[in-house]
Design a protein around this ligand. Structure first.
Ligand SMILES: NC(=O)c1ccc[n+]([C@@H]2O[C@H](COP(=O)([O-])OP(=O)(O)OC[C@H]3O[C@@H](n4cnc5c(N)ncnc54)[C@H](OP(=O)(O)O)[C@@H]3O)[C@@H](O)[C@H]2O)c1
Length: 267
C-alpha cells in the first residue's frame, strides 16, 4: 500500500450495493468514515454513495468489481494500492448462497462463491494489513453467519465457507493481539435482504429475521468496540449454543430439520 498522505479515515466495504453491506455503508458514513463501496451493480452503488455524501457529508468512491473473478480482484487491489489513503476499516461482506444438493450444483458457481467470500477477503486483508500495522490502528470486519458453527446440508459449500471465515478470523485476531488492529467476525442468522431470493431459497415466511439495518448497527458498534465474535439476537445465540453442545453427528440433521420446518425447498 502507498504511503498515506490523507489523514481522513476510509472504510472499504464489499457488497455495499444491497442488504447488510449497504446498511453498513450508512453506519460507517454516519460514524464519519469516508466510504469506498465495492460491488457489481453500478446504479445501486451510486445511490448508496449519494446518500452517504448527502446525509453524512463524507467522501465516497464507487469501485465496480466482480469478486468472483481473479482479474477483477487484482484490479481492485492495484487500485487500492495506487491511492495514498488511510484505510482504517475493511469490511468483507460480499457474498451469495447456493442452494441445492452438491451433486446437482454447478461447480463453477461453487468456485465463484469461494472467490467472493474467501479469496477476495484474504487478498483485501493482505492489501490493507501492512499499513494498519505500521499505523498500529485498524479494524477488519468479516461477515460470516450462524452457519459458521454448523454444517449446512443443501448449502454445503456456503456453510463450509462461513466456518472458514470464523476459524481464520479467530486465528488472525489472536496473531494481531497488541498490534492495534482488531478483527471482528459477525455471525448473523436470517436477515431481511436479497440473499435468500438470490440463492433460490424458498421459505414459508419471507419477512422473518432481523432487518439489515439492525444487523449492520450491531456489527458497526461491536467492530468499533473491537469485539471479536458477534452473534446478534437471542435465537441466533441459542442456535449457536445448540450447535456447539450437541454431538457433531446430529447437527447437520438438526439444521436440515429446521430448514425443512421453515419450508425451504430441497430440504
Ligand atoms: N441475509 C441473510 O440471511 C444472511 C445471514 C447470514 C450471513 N449473511 C451474509 O451477509 C453478507 C451480505 O449478504 P446480504 O444478506 O446483505 O445479501 P444481499 O442483499 O444479496 O447482498 C450481497 C452483496 O454482495 C455483493 N456481491 C455478490 N456477488 C458479488 C460478486 N461476484 N462481486 C462483488 N460483489 C458481489 C452484491 O452486490 P452486486 O450484486 O451488486 O455485485 C451485494 O451487494 C453475505 O456475506 C452473506 O453470506 C446473510
Amino acid at each position: 500500500m502507498s504511503p498515506e498522505t490523507d489523514a481522513a479515515r476510509w472504510a472499504i466495504i464489499t457488497g455495499a450495493s444491497s442488504g447488510i453491506g449497504k446498511a453498513l455503508a450508512f453506519e460507517f458514513a454516519a460514524g464519519g468514515f469516508n466510504v469506498l463501496l465495492i460491488a457489481r451493480n453500478r446504479a445501486a452503488l451510486a445511490e448508496v454513495a449519494a446518500e452517504c455524501s448527502d446525509k453524512y457529508r463524507v467522501e465516497t468512491e464507487v469501485v465496480l468489481a466482480d469478486l468472483s473473478r481473479m482479474d477483477s480482484i487484482d484490479t481492485l487491489i492495484t487500485s487500492l494500492a495506487s491511492k495514498p489513503r488511510r484505510y482504517e476499516v475493511l469490511v468483507n461482506n460480499a457474498g451469495f448462497g447456493i442452494h441445492g444438493d452438491f451433486a446437482s450444483t454447478d461447480i463453477e458457481q461453487n468456485i465463484q462463491l469461494l472467490n467472493v467470500q474467501l479469496t477476495a477477503a484474504l487478498r483485501l486483508i493482505k492489501a490493507v494489513l501492512p499499513s494498519m500495522l505500521s499505523r498500529r490502528s485498524g479494524r477488519i470486519l468479516n461477515i460470516a453467519s450462524v452457519y459458521s458453527y454448523s454444517p449446512v446440508p443443501f448449502q454445503s459449500v456456503y456453510g463450509a465457507c462461513k466456518a472458514f471465515l470464523l476459524s481464520f478470523s479467530s486465528s488472525l485476531q489472536n496473531e494481531l493481539k497488541g498490534t492495534g488492529v482488531s478483527v471482528t467476525v459477525f455471525c448473523p442468522g436470517v436477515t431481511q435482504t436479497e440473499f435468500r431470493s438470490r440463492a433460490g431459497i424458498g421459505e414459508k415466511r419471507q419477512d422473518s429475521g432481523m432487518t439489515a439495518q439492525a444487523a449492520a448497527h450491531i456489527a458497526y458498534v461491536e467492530t468499533m468496540r473491537g469485539k471479536h465474535v458477534v452473534v446478534p439476537g437471542f435465537l441466533n445465540r441459542l442456535f449457536v449454543l445448540f450447535a456447539q453442545v450437541l454431538p457433531g453427528w446430529s447437527v447437520p440433521s438438526l439444521v436440515r430439520f429446521i430448514n425443512r420446518q421453515r419450508g425451504q425447498n430441497h430440504s
